[in-house]
Design a protein. Structure first.
Length: 77
């Protein structure tokens, strides 16, 4: 799956897995896209900041409150 969006946050979950969350343009929505990166693929996200527009590829692994993408890669053009 390939998604393009605006970086809302960058962080790590309780298991120390790095992720980038893409914002949702609807201010009343709680759903966003949470993109998880492998530990050996963190170079690309180390320079990101909130508000950057990015394209990310990954495998959709369902949704709870967010749509979850795993095994993500930052697409550079």
């Amino acid at each position: 799956m390939k998604v393009t969006g605006t970086v809302g946050s960058i962080g790590k979950d309780i298991l120390d897995d790095a992720y980038v969350t893409l914002t949702n343009d609807n201010e009343y929505s709680i759903i966003s896209v949470q993109c998880y990166f492998a530990k050996d693929n963190l170079d690309g996200i180390s320079t990101l900041k909130e508000g950057d527009v990015v394209t990310i590829t990954g495998t959709c692994e369902g949704s709870t409150l967010n749509v979850l993408l795993k095994g993500c890669n930052l697409v550079t053009e």
